[in-house]
Structure formats: C-alpha cells, structure tokens
Design a protein around this ligand. Structure first.
Ligand code: SAM
Length: 261
C-alpha cells in the first residue's frame, strides 16, 4: 500500500498542487466539463488540485488498438486487458510519481465520507476506471491499493464513479471550499445526516419556518438542529446509529422525540 498521506509539517507551496488526481480511463473526454465547473474547476484553475488523464488505448499493443478481449472460461461480454491498463498506470506514475491506486468496481469496498477524508489527506490518488465486463483481475492483484464501489448498482463504466469520488474528495481538500466551516456540520461528518435548512422567503406557498430558527437564540438553534439531525438519521439511516452510538445528549433527545420526556 502506498504511503503518501500529507503530514502536518508538509509545506504546501503555492506552485505544487495539494492533491494530484490521476484518472485511467478509456473515455477521458467524459470528465472535461465536469472538471471545469464550479468549485472543482476553480480549484484546478488555481493549481490547488491537478487532474491528469491517461488512456489505456494509447498503450494498446495491437495494431487495432484493441483494449479488451473475451473472458477465459467463456461467458458474455469482453474484459479489459491487463497489459494496456498496466502500461497506462506505469506511464502516468513514471511521469508524476506513485499514487494511491483505487480500482473502481461494484465488488469493491463501499465508498463513504470517511474514505473521502482519507483520500483528501493524500498527495496523489489514482482512479482506475473499468468498462465492459470489468478489468482483468491481475490489475486488482498487482496494482490496486484498494477496490472501491460507489453503491450497490452496476454502472456501464468507472467514469461516473470516479467523478463521484473526485467531487466528494476535492471539497475536503483545505482551501477548495470558500468557508472551512461547511464541511464540519454536514451529513456523515459526525455519523449523522444533516439537519434540515430554510432560507428566505419566510413564507413559501403557505409554509413557514420553524419558530426556533427565527428566535436569535444560538444555543437553542444549535440544540434543535442536533435533535433534527438525530430525527432524520433515525428515520432514513438507522444503520448509522449502530456505527456511531448515541451520545448522552442524544439519548435525552431520543426520549423527547418518542414523547417520553
Ligand atoms: N461485470 C461487472 C460486475 O458484475 O461486477 C460489472 C462491470 S461494469 C459494467 C464496468 C465497470 O464499471 C467496472 O469495471 C467498474 O469500473 C465500473 N462500475 C460499475 N458499477 C460500479 C460501482 N457501483 N462502483 C464503482 N465502479 C463501478
């Protein structure tokens, strides 16, 4: 496993990106507009994040640039050959250095906010996108530091999965978001979903805003939000409560929510 995590004393100079993202993909053009838009586009334009794309087809050994072949043992579809994928990885790393390599696969470990935070603390990550029936297993055996899935469904290729991982990771890189606060109090950061939010106008289609949010009492607002975050988590993602047990305060809130206090 690569050990490329930033440590606290790592000086980040203005000319070197804080995070380099290597993408190995047969369809690098899929990322073009995604990498130019909004916060990610700004982070790339300012040099805070760098994204490099390498296409295994450019390293195909055959005259016809074929990158896939039929599976040994038979069966439908085609499998990405290991030689062109390996050559693309080697070329990217020979130019820019060893990255923490993630193979996108529905069979991988489920990607979550903790995983995004781990990746955001690294200097160099690589996202290897599969296509067709997947990638020859020897890439997982010889190259991948980990296999990652973005959910229990099957996409046609790893590009959209890579985009999800890039966006979730990049916004955690210090300096990418305008306000450092915004990643602290949001869904999953403390094992809870985020509390609901309202903005102007105060009445919209006869629906108002909870009184407490208009009270100006910051302590009350903060407690109400923690309670609503708990309510939502219990309703939509009770599995998070098993992973991040209730605090003393939350036990009291749970009793309130159940109407027993
Ligand atoms: N035959 C494979 C299976 O059943 O597990 C599915 C291959 S899928 C059609 C082609 C590629 O899309 C995969 O190699 C992977 O890179 C990507 N992919 C599909 N679903 C994904 C998911 N949920 N998470 C991450 N990558 C995914």
């Amino acid at each position: 496993m690569s050990d490329d995590r930033l440590d606290a004393n790592d000086a980040v100079c203005a000319t070197s990106p804080r995070l380099v993202i290597e993408i190995i993909s047969l369809f690098p053009e899929v990322f073009t507009s995604f990498l130019q838009a909004s916060l990610l586009g700004k982070a790339i334009a300012s040099g805070l994040i760098a994204v490099e794309r390498t296409n295994p087809r450019d390293f195909s050994p055959g005259r016809h640039r074929q990158v896939d072949d039929s599976p040994y043992g038979g069966g439908p579809g085609m499998v990405l050959r290991p030689d062109s994928v390996a050559a693309a990885i080697d070329d990217a790393e020979n130019r820019r250095g060893r990255a923490h390599r993630l193979l996108l696969s529905p069979s991988g470990r489920l990607f979550d906010q903790k995983c995004a935070a781990d990746l955001a603390a690294r200097k160099r990550i690589m996202l290897i996108c599969g296509r067709y029936e997947g990638v020859d297993e020897r890439i997982a055996q010889l190259y991948a530091d980990q296999s990652v899935s973005i959910g229990d469904y099957v996409l046609a290729g790893g590009e959209v999965a890579a985009a999800v991982i890039i966006e979730a990771t990049a916004r955690l890189v210090p300096g990418v978001l305008g306000c450092g606060e915004s990643v602290v109090e949001e869904s999953f950061s403390a094992g809870r979903l985020e509390f609901p939010q309202w903005t102007r106008p105060p009445i919209f289609r006869e629906l108002g805003v909870p009184e407490v949010l208009l009270s100006g009492n910051h302590a009350e607002v903060a407690r109400w939000r923690r309670r609503e975050a708990l309510r939502r988590t219990l309703l939509y993602r009770p599995n998070l409560i098993d992973r991040y047990p209730l605090t003393e305060e939350e036990r009291a809130m749970l009793a309130e929510l159940e109407g027993t206090a």
